[in-house]
Design a binder for this molecule. Structure first.
Ligand SMILES: NC(=O)c1ccc[n+]([C@@H]2O[C@H](COP(=O)([O-])OP(=O)(O)OC[C@H]3O[C@@H](n4cnc5c(N)ncnc54)[C@H](O)[C@@H]3O)[C@@H](O)[C@H]2O)c1
Length: 470
């Protein structure tokens, strides 16, 4: 039996070895007990999970830019990580200087992580995009460096669904027009063609995260809900899935789009679909700008076929805020669009709420912490998604091997040969394009073996990066 003093000595010796190698990002620390308490266990087993903890998590350095939400800072602080926070983005030179030795960087949309920047990151393990999009990061380059990228695609679903509910009522009551009139001194008290939403039918196209939230909210207002989706999805409440898009369009008073931008959804609502809608129906698009053919919508509204529309997204959107940014220089039909009555135009704000920002902070910081602490890459956008169940508290002398490698034949044979002196308790490997990721828990490992295992894995031909957690 190893005494606590012996363990301390072994840990100190191993720490020395690491310091000599000068690469704290390669063999890294694992979770603190406090972290395990803040996260749901990966299995439903009631047993307490073992916190993998060879060193202080205080070695982990996180650089947060662009005023990432406080919820993220709180999660990283709880881990004991060293957090450097900046309200804005950094210029290229300062970014290169700062990224050099951090283990994780958190950004929003302004910071561009190009190969020219990323190549300077010597210890980087993961990147957090505290937003929906990830095209500000060169994902392939990051993957080839063994750097996993996370984002938060669904934290703002509720915000979008609530905006759409607001728009349904606003369109039915011509609220936008009445408000503009009052701002210009006109009193125009009308009830003609103004409706309650109770008893009307809402047709939802795309019954995913947002569409299904919207379904629940709409029913609470007494609406009937139909939905159309390429996948068969269980209805919430008394909503009904319909078999074809036309069936939905023929039978809905309000149609709201919640599909992704794909080749199939490009101009999904164009002249024939608008013609298939009920006379005097309303159209709402808070999904992606390519989904509605806006010139056809303008025609249908001018003809009185469509009584109102709300658009939050456009095929071309301005890069930044400012007066005059939304004009014909983006698309030639914009002046026509803005002159229509009963049309609500918003600058892609569907998901822009304080609550969504705070939820994004929690989701991305949690993903980064789980990846740093136990290697779980679930939710990564550029990496194979791999996870192993936690170790039990009573599992001593177990090491978790995290081995990122090029996706070529024969690598697993080489790695398993290296690990074969120990009992491989569990392992999971997956690949995505050129990159593969192996997670393995091996038992019967003495601390003195760890450096040996690391050196052997490090010498393998197709290795990209290695971390050992214990
Ligand atoms: N306006 C905003 O600020 C804002 C914010 C968040 C998301 N969005 C956008 O909203 C859309 C929906 O987001 P989500 O989180 O609900 O996505 P999701 O992936 O959860 O749901 C999309 C649904 O659309 C279905 N679908 C895909 N192709 C389809 C097709 N051709 N026909 C019918 N159904 C189809 C899918 O099966 C899925 O159920 C996305 O385009 C997203 O980019 C906009």
């Amino acid at each position: 039996m190893t005494s606590p003093q012996q363990i301390n000595n072994l840990q100190a010796a191993f720490q020395d070895a690491l310091n000599m190698s000068g690469s704290p990002g390669v063999v890294s620390t694992s979770p603190t007990t406090s972290f395990m308490n803040t996260l749901p266990p990966r299995t439903s087993v009631a047993k307490q999970a073992k916190a993998l903890k060879p060193f202080s998590t205080g070695d982990i350095k996180i650089l947060l830019l662009e005023n990432v939400n406080q919820t993220a800072i709180d999660i990283f602080d709880k881990q004991g990580y060293q957090v450097e926070f900046h309200k804005s983005s950094l210029g290229p030179e300062e970014l290169i200087e700062k990224i050099r030795d951090v283990h994780a960087i958190g950004i929003r949309s302004k910071t561009k992580l190009t190969p020219e920047i990323l190549k300077h990151a010597k210890n980087l393990v993961c990147i957090g995009c505290f937003c929906i999009g990830t095209n500000q990061v060169d994902l392939d380059y990051a993957a080839k460096m063994g750097v996993s990228v996370f984002n938060s695609p669904f934290s703002n679903s509720r915000s979008v669904a609530e905006l759409v509910i607001g728009e349904i009522i606003s369109l039915a009551r011509q609220l936008g027009d009445r408000s503009i009139e009052m701002h210009t001194g006109t009193w125009n008290k009308v009830s003609h063609h103004c409706w309650e939403v109770r008893g009307k039918t809402l047709g939802i196209i795309g019954y995913g995260h947002i569409g299904s939230q919207l379904s629940v909210l709409a029913e609470a207002f007494g609406m009937h809900v139909l939905y159309y989706d390429v996948v068969t999805i269980m209805a919430l409440g008394t909503a009904k899935q319909v078999a074809t898009l036309d069936e939905l369009l023929n039978n809905s008073d309000f149609v709201s789009l919640h599909v992704p931008a794909t080749d199939e959804t490009k101009n999904m609502i164009s002249a024939p679909q608008l013609a298939a809608m009920r006379n005097g129906a309303y159209l709402i698009n808070a999904s992606r700008g390519t989904v509605v053919d806006i010139p056809s919508l303008i025609q249908a509204m001018k003809a009185g076929k469509i009584a109102g529309a709300a658009l939050d997204v456009f095929p071309h959107e301005p890069a930044k805020n400012g007066s005059g940014a939304f004009g014909n220089q983006l698309s030639p039909w914009i002046s026509d669009l803005v002159s229509l009555p009963n049309i609500i135009l918003t600058p892609h704000i569907g998901g822009s709420t304080e609550e969504a920002q705070s939820a994004i902070g929690v989701e991305v910081a949690t993903s980064l912490s789980k990846y740093i602490n136990d290697g779980t890459s679930v939710g990564s956008v550029n990496f194979p998604e791999v996870s192993l169940r936690s170790l039990d508290l009573d599992q001593e002398n177990t090491v978790r091997v995290l081995y990122i490698h090029q996706n070529v034949p024969g690598v697993l044979k080489t790695v398993n040969n290296i690990l074969s002196d120990h009992n491989i308790e569990k392992q999971f490997s997956d690949s995505s394009g050129d990159i593969a990721y192996l997670m393995a828990d091996i038992s019967n490992v003495n601390y003195s073996d760890i450096k040996d295992i690391y050196d052997k894995l490090n010498a393998t031909e197709y290795k990209i990066s290695i971390r050992l957690l214990y």
